[in-house]
Design a protein around this ligand. Structure first.
Ligand code: FMN
Length: 322
């Protein structure tokens, strides 16, 4: 069964399944595995220390796959400069660039006249309309179930997707809480033409930078196991609940600002959990969909499974109609 949509055509991929940017976790190994499995893998640029590290990862991914891949730029991270990183992506003529975390105009302007496809992550109808006006080729729409940084309005994926589908004419990619073939087909039913997943790809064999403790915490999670932190800073983000996130929430409730919170919410605290496996002295982003993740397959097994589940759902819906 074919799953061709405007998203597969736009990127030249087999299945409309995209691996989201994953800070400190998504480099060449994961990106190449997803692209080789027929989806679109992405390297997360902004957690690399230097533009030349990005160039190395791009060159590595090019050796590992001949398929299209993307470079993700989270541009809102406390003024960290991203211009040189974008320059590297242009010099290396990467097939796809995705932008999140701030006004994408500057990056999109730099890409005018370049052949790469431009993706913008949004969390509201207003942002999606703006992204289309600025020249995005497609939008990834992230509902509040998702892992990592979220929109401020707490709108769920199921409500947000059809709203955006009706408001823009570029293809919409659904994200937030999707982990299997059911979420895949449901997203297409809502009018999306593809899906993006973050948390599900962390629990795969090729997510080599994720500590087994972090992966096991995702497997152990139920639907109440995540919590939104940093809301008081205007940057809500979903993480696995633990002692560390409870402490952050306590400080936020006490009215503490960025200066008091910065060591708690830093990349260092994030890496202590996700790279070093320290379950209590750091934090790890994850979405509510972790509740339905119960194994650590290869990326190829995961993508094939989602597509097969999708095929079966399609067949069973057709049978029900007869
Ligand atoms: C650990 C983690 C790190 C993330 N880092 C980024 C990032 O650097 N850039 C980005 O665009 N999105 C980032 N996200 C968001 C994901 O790309 C994706 O939109 C989100 O995970 C979708 O929700 P899901 O986790 O329910 O699949 C991150 C998510 C997680 C779980």
């Amino acid at each position: 069964m074919k799953w061709q949509t405007r998203v597969t055509k736009l990127f030249g991929i087999e299945y409309p399944i995209i691996q989201g940017g994953l800070a400190h976790l998504a480099y060449a190994d994961l990106a190449a595995a997803v692209s080789n499995a027929g989806g679109l893998g992405q390297i997360t640029a902004m957690s690399l220390p230097h533009p030349e590290h990005l160039r190395k990862e791009i060159q590595k991914v090019k050796r590992m796959t001949s398929k299209p891949f993307g470079i993700n730029f989270a541009i809102g991270q406390h003024g960290r400069p991203y211009e040189e990183m974008v320059e590297v992506a242009i010099e290396e003529q990467v097939p796809v660039v995705s932008v999140t975390g701030g006004n994408p105009k500057h990056v999109l302007d730099k890409l005018v006249g370049q052949p790469m496809k431009k993706l913008v992550l949004v969390a509201s109808k207003r942002q999606a309309i703006k992204a289309e006006e600025l020249g995005a080729d497609a939008v990834i729409v992230v509902g509040q179930e998702g892992g990592g940084h979220l929109g401020r309005a707490d709108t769920g994926t199921f409500v947000l997707i059809p709203q955006v589908v009706d408001a823009v004419s570029i293809p919409v990619i659904a994200s937030g809480g999707i982990i299997d073939g059911r979420g895949f087909v449901a997203s297409l039913a809502l009018g999306a033409e593809g899906i993006e997943m973050g948390t599900r790809f962390i629990a795969t064999k090729e997510c080599v930078d994720a500590h087994p403790m972090y992966q096991n915490a995702i497997l152990a999670a139920d639907e109440t196991a995540t919590v939104v932190i940093k809301r008081s800073l205007g940057m809500p983000a979903r993480a696995l609940k633990n002692q560390w996130t409870e402490e952050i929430l306590k400080l936020e409730k006490a009215g503490k600002g960025y200066e008091d919170l910065k060591t708690y919410i830093s990349g260092v605290a994030n890496k202590r959990f996700i790279h070093d496996g320290d379950a209590e002295n750091g934090f790890g982003w994850a979405g509510q969909g972790a509740a339905g993740i119960t194994d650590i397959p290869t990326v190829h097994e995961l993508v094939s499974r989602i597509v097969n589940e999708g095929n079966n759902i399609r067949q069973s819906l057709i049978k029900k109609e007869k």
